[in-house]
Ligand binder design. Structure first.
Ligand code: MRU
Length: 347
């Protein structure tokens, strides 16, 4: 069978130790251009996270860890707290950001004789763990899809936003089962929701799946119901930005609507995420702070002309919460977790 290493894109986030740089794929340039950015200052790291040049919960965590190491190396260990706070203020919802920054700080504190080296090693460990966790999610997720397969031929899936290789270091979370399956010769047909307003599905998921040779169909977000109603998908797979202790899943806005539809049509709704995305401090979804972004993303971006009247009120939440009751299973590196999540999700 043909062996394939993901979609052969470069790592989404990397540390260039020779140049003291954080190297990222500029996700705002996709799908037009596959451009690598080499960032060296704290301001550049923060801007990259804020403007979604690097985005997706696991990738944000790895970028923040590497960024913290590089910024402290440049400005001195005494600025660790300040650098950490500045990076933590870049985006509010993906818990991987805060998880990675806390881990970095703990690593430096635990090694007072060589704190900078401890930061370097911890950043690399966080990257390596992401690669391993996504690989394990891919294996567990693939097994789950094969268990529930009800017909031969391509496995047909629906996904939202981008929880693929561009959202982590290598193969991503929700798309990891697809990449694991491709390596074994399975065929997939993936419906990618375009994901208004920032079009992560259209720009990023469609791009990376096509780069991997996957049969990819782009749909507008409001077409998910007809796709499910017509029996065109066997499962919905999404990632997560933060999972509360009770299993409520905060992910890209629109995810909860897909979960409601999936329940209605009797289609399994799977969430794929590393344990670093589970926030045991958030008891339930209502404890999670949902980012609200500039209304201009809704009224003016992506089209040649402004596409809404000036002065119209805008509500632009970047994420929503899917109640745990709508989640069929959560796939982590530990395996497939089933309800009740308050029991199956353990620190
Ligand atoms: O605003 P974004 O593009 O950072 O939102 C990303 C998502 O919602 C992803 O689905 C989530 O981070 C999971 S990524 C493996």
């Amino acid at each position: 069978m043909k062996k394939r290493e993901g979609n052969r894109l470069p790592d989404t986030v990397a540390l260039d130790e020779e140049r003291n740089a954080l190297v990222i794929i500029d996700q705002t340039a996709l799908p037009g251009e596959l451009k690598l950015l080499s960032l060296t200052t704290l301001e550049e790291f923060i801007d990259a996270i804020k403007t979604l040049k690097v985005r997706g919960a696991p990738a944000i965590g790895v970028a923040a860890a590497m960024g913290l190491y590089l910024a402290v190396k440049r400005s001195g260990m005494e600025r660790l707290g300040e650098v950490k706070a500045a990076l933590a203020a870049s985006r509010p919802t993906a818990v991987n950001l805060f998880w990675a920054l806390d881990r970095m700080e703990q690593a430096a504190l635990a090694c007072p004789d060589a704190p900078l080296e401890a930061l370097r090693l911890e950043a690399l460990r966080i990257r390596d763990e992401d690669i391993q966790a996504c690989r394990a999610i891919g294996e567990h997720g693939l097994a789950l899809l094969l268990e529930n397969r009800h017909k031969e031929g391509a496995l047909s899936l629906l996904t939202h936003c981008n929880a693929g290789s561009l959202a982590a270091v290598r193969i991503g979370t929700a798309l990891a089962p697809v990449y694991a399956g491709l390596e074994r010769g399975y065929r997939f047909k993936v419906y990618a929701g375009e994901t208004r307003p920032l079009l992560q599905g259209a720009r990023l998921t469609a791009f990376e799946l096509m780069a991997a040779g996957v049969d990819t169909t782009l749909i507008c977000d409001n077409m998910a119901s007809i796709v499910m109603q017509k029996g065109m998908v066997q499962a919905v797979l999404t990632g997560a930005d933060r999972i509360a202790a009770n299993g409520d899943v905060c992910n890209k806005v629109g995810t909860s609507g897909l979960a409601v539809l999936a329940k209605h049509y009797g289609i399994p709704f799977y969430v794929c995420a590393p344990m670093s995305t589970v926030d045991f401090q958030s008891v339930a979804g209502e404890d999670i702070l949902i980012e609200e972004r500039d209304g201009q993303e809704v009224t003016e971006m992506w089209f040649g002309k402004r596409m809404a009247p000036k002065g119209v009120n805008i509500f632009n939440p970047a994420f929503d919460v899917t109640p745990h009751t709508l989640v069929t299973a959560i796939v982590t590196e530990r395996g497939v977790l089933r309800p009740p999540y308050a029991k199956s999700l353990t620190p």
